[in-house]
Write a protein that binds this ligand. Structure first.
Ligand SMILES: NC(=O)c1ccc[n+]([C@@H]2O[C@H](COP(=O)([O-])OP(=O)(O)OC[C@H]3O[C@@H](n4cnc5c(N)ncnc54)[C@H](O)[C@@H]3O)[C@@H](O)[C@H]2O)c1
Length: 245
């Protein structure tokens, strides 16, 4: 059990990659803190997590609300005393629009959630990690942040910011025992699907199919584990050899 005694916080844990990651941490012995805005799906996740551990905290949290993020961090530290692993997975992404038609408010929404939200949660837990001389932060970006996807400018720009934030913070805290990395998925199986091993055909990657939620969770959990003790400041693409058009 790779995560026995470790506390892992996962944002956007109610579904998709976040759900698979929270479940994998629980299966491998971690105390799991699952955060999401979707309370209905969060309560379903709680039932699933309880099959593996009672050491869980499932809390409603909009990551773009700094005050709420700080409350949640306080509650987490009161319950588990420390945080070892943070997976910044929550984001919005399903929005395609020609650049000229994207309203300013939509740009702000993408940055408030995907960039500022990631920053608020990181800031809320980083101090504890530095104090303990141990931490693993894994940010979930996207191939959109590397290549810039057609008609997805706000999303692509927000995910590029997450990659840059990762690389900058990694340099600052690596000597303090905190490793910071990023994973960038390509296309993943539809998040509504509760089978975390499901995939569909896709012509976007050379492999010819989407990635599964669990394949992404596997990479995230590897980076969260002590097997990845010499990796920091990296963005690792998990995209089935994506065609970069
Ligand atoms: N699915 C893909 O094809 C794909 C591809 C590349 C990158 N990604 C990235 O992977 C991550 C997870 O994607 P997914 O497909 O599993 O997404 P999803 O939409 O299935 O799940 C995202 C979760 O985040 C939650 N969430 C959204 N806004 C939130 C907020 N403000 N505060 C807290 N929680 C919030 C949602 O309620 C949901 O449970 C995201 O960062 C996404 O950008 C996904």
């Amino acid at each position: 059990m790779r995560f026995t005694g470790k506390t892992a916080v996962v944002t956007g844990a109610a579904r998709g990659i976040g759900r698979a990651t929270a479940l994998k941490f629980a299966m491998e012995g971690a105390q799991v803190v699952a955060l999401d805005i979707n309370t209905e799906e969060l309560s379903r996740l709680k039932d699933e997590l309880e099959k593996y551990t009672k050491e869980i905290l499932c809390l409603e949290c909009d990551i773009s609300n700094e005050e709420r993020v700080n409350e949640v961090a306080k509650e987490t530290l009161e319950r588990f005393k420390k945080v070892d692993i943070l997976v910044n997975n929550a984001a919005i992404w399903k929005y395609h629009c020609a650049f000229a038609d994207v309203p300013t408010d939509m740009w702000k929404k993408f940055f408030d959630i995907n960039v500022m939200g990631t920053m608020y949660v990181t800031k809320a837990f980083l101090g504890n990690m530095v104090e303990n001389g141990y931490g693993r932060i894994i940010n979930v970006s996207s191939v959109a942040g590397v290549y810039g996807l057609n008609s997805m400018a706000p999303y692509s720009a927000s995910k590029a910011a997450v990659i840059a934030m990762t690389k900058s913070l990694a340099k600052e805290v690596v000597k303090k025992g905190v490793l910071v990395n990023c994973v960038s998925p390509g296309s993943v199986s539809p998040g509504e699907n509760l089978d975390y091993n499901s995939y569909v055909e896709s012509s976007l990657p050379f492999i010819g199919r989407t990635g599964t939620d669990m394949e992404n969770a596997n990479l995230i959990c590897f980076l969260a584990s002590d097997e990845a003790s010499y990796i920091s400041g990296q963005n690792i693409q998990i995209d089935g050899c994506r065609k970069t058009m």
